[in-house]
Design a protein around this ligand. Structure first.
Ligand SMILES: [Zn+2]
Ligand SMILES: [Zn+2]
Length: 191
């Protein structure tokens, strides 16, 4: 399970979302990231598709971020690595990752996040912090099936694979509580 947790430092210095990153991931996760990328590569190969270097890089940036990230932030990061990166290149890579089911589009904050399950056995239910964009994908197949069944009974079908709940993460709740006490702690006006 991927749960963004608060950490003291952000090692990505410049991108917009890193400016208020309270959940930067530790280097210890480098191994699991590499494993995730290898898994994604194998998954694409089995489907007769290719995780090209640019697609892989975009996926890696999302894994690094550990939270929902906006397309323009990904483009910014891409340009730090490959200065000539054009928006369509990054957007096409995102489209591929979406259609392959490797990433989710988070409608409520117009951002993207890596699927918790890169083997695509089962999508979960996404809980999205509306403040900082951290995302937890609840792996509750029965709950999801029951929900989908109810939706179908009501005569609807879901418009996408994503089932998204709006939330406020523990770190943001804590920040809000501190702000509420009147303590002089600036709360990042997350956008
Ligand atoms: Zn998923
Ligand atoms: Zn949050």
């Amino acid at each position: 399970m991927k749960t963004a947790k608060p950490a003291a430092t952000a090692d990505q210095a410049t991108s917009a979302h890193a400016a208020h990153a309270a959940h930067a991931h530790e280097p210890a996760q480098a191994d699991s990231q590499e494993a995730a990328l290898t898994l994604a590569e194998e998954y694409c190969r089995e489907r007769g598709e290719k995780l090209t270097p640019i697609r892989r890089k975009v996926l890696e940036l999302l894994l690094n971020s550990g939270r929902a990230t906006k397309a323009y932030s990904l483009l910014d990061e891409m340009r730090q690595i490959h200065p000539g990166s054009a928006p369509p290149t990054v957007y096409r890579a995102l489209d591929f990752l979406l259609s392959a089911g490797l990433v989710h589009r988070i409608e409520s904050i117009n951002a993207f996040t890596v699927c918790h399950d890169l083997t695509q056995c089962q999508h979960g239910i996404l809980v999205v912090c509306q403040q900082c964009g951290s995302v937890t994908e609840l792996h509750q197949p029965k709950l999801r099936q029951a929900l989908v069944a109810q939706i179908q009974d009501a005569g609807y079908r879901l418009a996408s694979d994503e089932i998204e709940l709006k939330g406020l993460c523990a770190a943001c709740q804590a920040a809000e509580a501190v702000a509420g006490t009147g303590a002089a702690t600036p709360v990042a006006a997350a956008k």
